[in-house]
Design a protein around this ligand. Sequence first.
Ligand SMILES: *Cc1c(COP(=O)(O)O)cnc(C)c1O
Length: 409
Amino acid sequence: MPNFVTHLESTHDGTRLTKNTVQTTHGDQPIVVHYDLPAVGRAVTRTQVAARPATLWKWRELLPYENDSDVVTLGENQTPLLCCPRLAARIGVRKLWIKDESMLPTGSFKARGMALAVTMAKALGITHVAAPTAGNAGGALAAYAARAGMQCTVLMPEDTPIVNQLEAAAYGARAFLVDGLIHQCGAIIKEGAARGLWFDMSTMKEPYRLEGKKTMGLELCEQLGWRLPDAILYPTGGGTGLIGMHKAFAELLALGWLEIGTTLPRMFACQAEGCAPMVHAFLQKAERAQLVQNATTKASGLRVPKPFADMLILQCLRETGGAALAAKEPDLMRWFRDAMALEGIAVCPETGACLAVLHDSVQNGRIHRDTEVVVFNTGAAQKYVEALQTPLQSLRRASIDWHALGGQS
Ligand SMILES: *Cc1c(COP(=O)(O)O)cnc(C)c1O
């Protein structure tokens, strides 16, 4: 079956690049995939797509691979969209959904991007992939590379959560701890790619991880009955999720699968105060983000001191009437715990940042309480042993004493 890709395009100057060839960046900016959307619309209806098995591959006509036999998969099932009444009441908003991406292979939404990127890399003959990682990307890349029978090299900061360190190695990658942050790991990966050691799979430095992440937006829309929420809060590190969803909504509108005149959701990039380059750039009305020095936060996925796709992130926020907002570290940790206890969802600290931002924004009126909000849970709590240990310290030791448990005899 042919795909519907027409060409790849530079976001730097619109230069068209050919499909089915190895592509990286252009003019030091990301490259994006373009489809023949009228032809997609003639080939398939939204009802037909909805009736397919609930995995990300149901969006086949909006994905870049040629042959079904190329697909590298670990079972990327559609993730649940969970209504959260108790959390909504605590925050003071009418309707709150969490889209729970922790259910994907390797326990984070990084699986979506890597499933597509590794599928394409394999089809294009690449045999060794590499990436810098703040945590989950390394585990996901290592897993999909193993599945594809490829070599994988991952570089991560020394204080990356322990589970992320161990999983990358366990999936057979050459995993290195670097005395620096993710952008410094990225510089080494870039150098190695230039020397021909491997292919650089960094966030937004090849066009296909974005296509995988895009399926979050496609799925969300279908799950809501082919409409969109009023606001989306997304924990933003490198920005692929945000940019991918924005691309998804644009494609759905062009296909006529959303009602004409549908307004896009206000998109909010949520960051942690200890590393908030997009918040500073947004406030300063700048075009580019500036490197954050000494970036720190337990929400490790947000520890990206200077996102490569900063311009595209800012475009999404401005076009949709959203904003970039930061959560204080104690607040994001508190909401991380509260969300788990209130709803039983294994949220990650990054999602804690979104909930803290939502709470503040409802308090100060930036987000109206009647707004229908979707928050993304991008990773599984189980991967954050260090962060979970904080609440665990408050566990009382009861031994085998019924009275200590508060029971009556
Ligand atoms: C990578 C990651 C993020 C940031 O994702 P981007 O789409 O690159 O901005 C957020 N949360 C978690 C858990 C992550 O692993």
